[in-house]
Design a protein around this ligand. Structure first.
Ligand code: FES
Length: 184
Protein backbone atom coordinates (compact mmCIF):
# COMPACT_ATOMS: atom_id res chain seq x y z
CA UNK A 1 0.00 0.00 0.00
CA UNK A 2 1.31 3.41 -0.92
CA UNK A 3 1.74 5.95 1.81
CA UNK A 4 -0.72 8.41 0.34
CA UNK A 5 -3.40 5.67 0.32
CA UNK A 6 -3.31 5.89 4.11
CA UNK A 7 -4.87 9.34 3.89
CA UNK A 8 -7.89 7.63 2.41
CA UNK A 9 -8.06 4.34 4.29
CA UNK A 10 -7.36 5.55 7.82
CA UNK A 11 -10.25 8.08 7.98
CA UNK A 12 -12.55 5.54 6.30
CA UNK A 13 -11.61 2.91 8.92
CA UNK A 14 -12.13 5.39 11.78
CA UNK A 15 -15.49 6.51 10.42
CA UNK A 16 -16.55 2.89 9.82
CA UNK A 17 -15.59 1.95 13.37
CA UNK A 18 -17.53 4.87 14.76
CA UNK A 19 -20.70 4.02 12.82
CA UNK A 20 -20.44 0.35 13.80
CA UNK A 21 -20.10 1.32 17.48
CA UNK A 22 -22.95 3.80 17.22
CA UNK A 23 -25.24 1.27 15.50
CA UNK A 24 -24.50 -1.41 18.07
CA UNK A 25 -25.10 1.02 20.91
CA UNK A 26 -28.40 2.19 19.42
CA UNK A 27 -29.51 -1.40 18.95
CA UNK A 28 -28.61 -2.27 22.55
CA UNK A 29 -30.34 0.78 24.00
CA UNK A 30 -33.47 0.82 21.90
CA UNK A 31 -34.20 -2.50 20.27
CA UNK A 32 -32.45 -5.43 21.97
CA UNK A 33 -35.07 -7.26 24.04
CA UNK A 34 -34.42 -7.27 27.77
CA UNK A 35 -35.12 -10.37 29.89
CA UNK A 36 -38.65 -10.67 31.25
CA UNK A 37 -39.07 -11.04 35.00
CA UNK A 38 -40.48 -14.25 36.44
CA UNK A 39 -40.98 -15.54 39.94
CA UNK A 40 -37.82 -15.13 42.02
CA UNK A 41 -35.60 -17.70 43.68
CA UNK A 42 -35.05 -16.53 47.24
CA UNK A 43 -32.06 -16.70 49.46
CA UNK A 44 -32.99 -16.64 53.17
CA UNK A 45 -31.68 -13.70 55.15
CA UNK A 46 -32.25 -11.77 58.34
CA UNK A 47 -35.75 -10.56 59.19
CA UNK A 48 -35.88 -6.78 59.06
CA UNK A 49 -38.95 -4.66 59.81
CA UNK A 50 -39.56 -2.25 56.94
CA UNK A 51 -42.97 -0.59 57.40
CA UNK A 52 -46.38 -0.93 58.94
CA UNK A 53 -49.17 -2.18 56.70
CA UNK A 54 -51.09 0.83 55.42
CA UNK A 55 -48.20 3.19 56.21
CA UNK A 56 -47.50 3.97 52.56
CA UNK A 57 -49.90 5.43 50.02
CA UNK A 58 -50.12 3.86 46.57
CA UNK A 59 -46.98 4.71 44.55
CA UNK A 60 -45.14 5.83 47.66
CA UNK A 61 -41.64 4.45 48.26
CA UNK A 62 -39.67 3.95 51.46
CA UNK A 63 -35.89 3.48 51.46
CA UNK A 64 -34.38 0.97 53.87
CA UNK A 65 -31.15 -0.93 54.39
CA UNK A 66 -31.00 -4.72 54.28
CA UNK A 67 -28.03 -6.38 56.02
CA UNK A 68 -25.93 -8.77 53.95
CA UNK A 69 -22.66 -10.50 54.77
CA UNK A 70 -20.87 -8.09 52.42
CA UNK A 71 -22.46 -4.96 53.94
CA UNK A 72 -25.77 -3.13 53.90
CA UNK A 73 -27.84 -3.33 50.73
CA UNK A 74 -29.71 -0.13 49.92
CA UNK A 75 -33.30 -1.01 49.05
CA UNK A 76 -36.72 0.44 48.35
CA UNK A 77 -40.11 -0.72 49.51
CA UNK A 78 -42.91 0.41 47.19
CA UNK A 79 -46.64 0.21 47.50
CA UNK A 80 -48.17 -0.54 44.10
CA UNK A 81 -51.67 -0.19 42.68
CA UNK A 82 -51.71 -3.88 41.68
CA UNK A 83 -49.81 -7.10 42.23
CA UNK A 84 -46.33 -7.47 40.69
CA UNK A 85 -44.19 -10.60 40.28
CA UNK A 86 -42.13 -11.23 43.40
CA UNK A 87 -44.20 -8.81 45.47
CA UNK A 88 -46.59 -9.35 48.37
CA UNK A 89 -50.34 -8.73 48.21
CA UNK A 90 -52.33 -8.54 51.42
CA UNK A 91 -55.83 -7.34 52.11
CA UNK A 92 -55.96 -5.38 48.87
CA UNK A 93 -52.53 -3.77 49.41
CA UNK A 94 -49.67 -4.60 47.05
CA UNK A 95 -45.99 -4.23 47.92
CA UNK A 96 -42.65 -5.01 46.39
CA UNK A 97 -39.06 -4.41 47.50
CA UNK A 98 -35.98 -3.96 45.31
CA UNK A 99 -32.27 -3.57 45.59
CA UNK A 100 -31.32 0.02 44.74
CA UNK A 101 -28.07 -1.05 43.09
CA UNK A 102 -28.27 -0.57 39.34
CA UNK A 103 -27.59 -3.76 37.39
CA UNK A 104 -25.59 -1.80 34.81
CA UNK A 105 -22.61 -0.45 36.76
CA UNK A 106 -23.77 -0.35 40.36
CA UNK A 107 -24.95 3.22 40.91
CA UNK A 108 -27.64 3.88 43.51
CA UNK A 109 -31.12 4.21 42.02
CA UNK A 110 -33.65 6.91 42.82
CA UNK A 111 -37.38 6.60 42.90
CA UNK A 112 -38.91 8.74 40.13
CA UNK A 113 -42.56 9.29 41.07
CA UNK A 114 -43.36 11.90 38.43
CA UNK A 115 -43.15 10.47 34.89
CA UNK A 116 -43.68 13.94 33.39
CA UNK A 117 -40.62 15.39 35.12
CA UNK A 118 -38.73 12.23 34.23
CA UNK A 119 -39.43 12.72 30.54
CA UNK A 120 -37.27 15.87 30.70
CA UNK A 121 -34.62 14.59 33.07
CA UNK A 122 -34.26 11.12 31.54
CA UNK A 123 -35.37 11.89 27.99
CA UNK A 124 -37.69 8.94 28.55
CA UNK A 125 -41.47 9.15 28.57
CA UNK A 126 -43.10 6.42 30.64
CA UNK A 127 -46.66 5.88 31.71
CA UNK A 128 -45.98 5.40 35.43
CA UNK A 129 -43.39 5.95 38.17
CA UNK A 130 -40.15 4.00 37.91
CA UNK A 131 -36.77 3.49 39.52
CA UNK A 132 -34.16 5.55 37.70
CA UNK A 133 -30.40 5.57 37.64
CA UNK A 134 -28.66 8.98 37.78
CA UNK A 135 -25.44 7.67 36.18
CA UNK A 136 -26.55 6.68 32.67
CA UNK A 137 -30.32 7.18 32.99
CA UNK A 138 -31.38 3.56 33.08
CA UNK A 139 -34.96 2.85 34.19
CA UNK A 140 -36.67 -0.10 35.86
CA UNK A 141 -40.42 -0.76 36.10
CA UNK A 142 -41.70 -1.79 39.56
CA UNK A 143 -44.99 -3.14 38.18
CA UNK A 144 -43.05 -5.49 35.88
CA UNK A 145 -41.09 -6.87 38.83
CA UNK A 146 -38.13 -4.56 38.30
CA UNK A 147 -37.62 -5.23 34.59
CA UNK A 148 -35.11 -2.91 32.91
CA UNK A 149 -37.13 -0.79 30.49
CA UNK A 150 -34.75 1.93 29.30
CA UNK A 151 -31.10 2.82 28.98
CA UNK A 152 -28.00 0.66 29.32
CA UNK A 153 -29.17 -1.84 31.97
CA UNK A 154 -30.27 -5.20 30.58
CA UNK A 155 -30.98 -7.18 33.71
CA UNK A 156 -33.83 -6.60 36.16
CA UNK A 157 -33.42 -5.43 39.72
CA UNK A 158 -33.09 -8.13 42.36
CA UNK A 159 -36.11 -8.22 44.66
CA UNK A 160 -36.26 -8.69 48.39
CA UNK A 161 -38.71 -11.14 49.89
CA UNK A 162 -41.50 -9.53 51.89
CA UNK A 163 -43.53 -11.16 54.63
CA UNK A 164 -46.18 -9.69 56.93
CA UNK A 165 -46.69 -10.41 60.59
CA UNK A 166 -48.99 -8.64 63.05
CA UNK A 167 -49.45 -5.65 60.75
CA UNK A 168 -45.74 -5.18 60.00
CA UNK A 169 -43.93 -5.80 56.72
CA UNK A 170 -40.59 -7.55 56.99
CA UNK A 171 -37.84 -8.16 54.45
CA UNK A 172 -36.66 -11.75 54.99
CA UNK A 173 -34.31 -12.54 52.11
CA UNK A 174 -33.17 -11.52 48.67
CA UNK A 175 -33.43 -12.80 45.12
CA UNK A 176 -30.55 -14.71 43.57
CA UNK A 177 -28.50 -13.82 41.69
CA UNK A 178 -28.07 -10.54 43.52
CA UNK A 179 -26.92 -8.52 40.54
CA UNK A 180 -24.50 -6.89 40.14
CA UNK A 181 -22.81 -8.17 43.33
CA UNK A 182 -23.32 -11.84 42.39
CA UNK A 183 -22.82 -11.35 38.66
CA UNK A 184 -25.25 -12.22 35.88
S1 FES B 1 -24.99 2.51 36.33
FE1 FES B 1 -27.14 2.67 36.14
S2 FES B 1 -27.48 3.07 34.06
FE2 FES B 1 -25.36 2.85 34.21
Amino acid sequence: MRRRDLFFYVPVAVAGGFFAWFGLRTYNLRFRPRPEVGEPTWNDGPKVAVARLGELAVWQAKPFAYPLPLGELKAFLLRLPEAAPGGLSLEGEHYIAFSRICTHQGCTLNYVPDPEAASILYNFRYERPFLGCPCHFGAFDPLLGGKAVYGPPRFPLPRLRLEAEAGTLYATGHEVPLRPMEGA
